[in-house]
Design a protein around this ligand. Structure first.
Ligand code: LLP
Length: 422
């Protein structure tokens, strides 16, 4: 998100505005913790991605798991985005956001019968299957219900993406895809191609998320292409190659994603090969378009450390706790230049509840507002109600307007959802 340079007296220059709106003012109106998105930047990223791969026949499917807000999906739907979904819930969201069923891809290792049937009834564009048992299940359901569907095979190309182990999916020791190592992939493709209720849509690959280097993409795509060419040589129809997501963003220096070199790589590998290409970017479309605004509750000087205790916690943003992820954090209020090292922590009763550790920060005070950067992807979607904390509210700034896209639930809402037999 490009911080604006305009500022008023109590705000730090260079930070604190989205599309002309003061983050402090938004926080005062909507209370904190508060996710704030820049809808214009989301569309800029999406069209930059589309542009980068536009020399070949391609379709960009936004990975809904990164941010499944109905408003954001609808915004992307208006500019022609397809969707990559991983659950019946995400599928319903994509349909409700008016993304055409034919532009939806369903991925994931554990689709249930209900989910597969839902996808077949909507007649979505492609279901990526990831195992023999899943293929048997989809074939059985299609025959039993007299439905047909397009099925692609997600392959495991055994490539290390060089990312955090919890978000690496490309190696044979992960649960993802069908390995190319033992001949099963061809056997499964043959089954798809010969089944009267299944149409062979092609192959898919996704080796992981937050890749900051193009080399693993290249390795994976070449392995995929070789296998696709091999299938074609054996007489199979392989119309489409789904190249997954994974393009990383710059959490440290906040540079805008630049897809140019990625696009050049795609051209170099796939030009004149005659495959339709699919893409499933999530983080690179929305990651840098969201901030989490939080207010300082207390500043506590411990014996060893200073703790900035804020009202956002691991239930609002789990990435630092779960992946040791780094997010830039700035104070939105003006301070002298003096800084000190502090841990920025939430109110949850776990030592793992932190947004940053050992961070150099200005000498912030209680009631100051902080902005946590680059939380547009895998931020709000991973919220929980741990410690009976209502989720952060979400607002979207788009073309000068501010939309409350997810009001905060009350504690009463949370309690009343339950059934108490006593
Ligand atoms: N396609 C498939 C099949 C995926 O599994 C994923 C992400 C994507 C596309 C989108 O990848 P992206 O372009 O966003 O990297 N919660 C973690 C990230 C988990 C990613 C899961 N799969 C995080 O906060 O870093």
């Amino acid at each position: 998100m490009a911080p604006s340079n305009t500022h008023n007296s109590d705000q730090k220059p260079g930070h604190g505005f989205i599309q002309g709106h003061s983050l402090i003012e938004l926080a005062k109106i909507h209370k904190t913790p508060l996710y704030v998105y820049d809808g214009n930047q989301i569309l800029t990223n999406f069209s930059a991605f589309e542009q980068a791969v536009s020399l070949l026949d391609s379709k960009v499917h936004f990975a809904v798991k990164a941010n499944s807000s109905m408003a954001i999906l609808s915004l992307l739907s208006k500019v022609g985005a397809g969707a990559d979904v991983v659950s019946g819930g995400e599928l319903e969201r994509a349909i409700k956001a008016n993304i055409p069923a034919q532009d939806i891809i369903f991925s994931g290792v554990g689709k249930t019968e209900d989910e597969l049937l839902l996808a077949m009834r909507y007649n979505i564009g492609q279901i990526n299957i990831e195992s023999g048992p899943e293929l048997d299940k989809i074939a059985e359901l299609a025959s039993m219900h007299n439905l047909t569907c397009s099925v692609a095979l997600r392959v495991n190309v055994d490539v290390d993406p060089g990312s955090h182990e919890k978000i690496s999916t490309g190696q044979n020791n992960t649960k993802f895809g069908v390995s190319l190592a033992d001949g099963k992939a061809e056997e499964y493709y043959q089954k798809i191609a010969s089944h009267p209720h299944l149409r062979a849509a092609g192959l898919a690959v996704h080796i992981g998320s937050q890749l900051t280097n193009l080399a693993p993409f290249e390795k994976a795509y070449i392995a995929l292409l070789e296998f696709a060419d091999h299938l074609r040589a054996n007489g199979y129809d392989v119309p489409c190659l789904d190249l997954g997501g994974g393009f990383g963003i710059d959490y440290e220096n906040l540079k805008q994603p630049d897809f140019t070199e990625y696009g050049m790589l795609i051209n170099r590998i796939f030009q004149n090969k005659g495959y339709r290409l699919g893409f499933e970017p999530g983080r690179s479309i929305v990651g840098n378009c969201g901030m989490l605004i939080t207010q300082v509750i207390y500043v506590k000087q411990g014996t060893d450390k200073r703790f900035i205790i804020v009202d956002a916690a691991m239930n609002d943003l789990i990435r630092p706790t779960l992946y040791e992820a780094f997010h830039q954090i700035v104070c939105l209020n003006e301070h002298e230049s003096e800084t000190g090292i502090a841990d920025i922590v939430g109110p949850i009763c776990e030592t793992g509840d932190y947004l940053a550790r050992g961070r150099e920060m200005p000498l912030v005070l209680a009631e100051d507002f902080l902005a946590v950067y680059s939380v547009g992807a895998y931020g709000a979607v991973m919220m929980s109600n741990y410690n009976t904390r209502p989720e952060a509210a979400e607002i979207l700034c788009y073309n000068e307007n501010v939309h409350l896209i997810r009001p905060r639930r009350t504690i009463t809402d949370l309690i009343e959802m339950e059934k108490n037999p006593f």
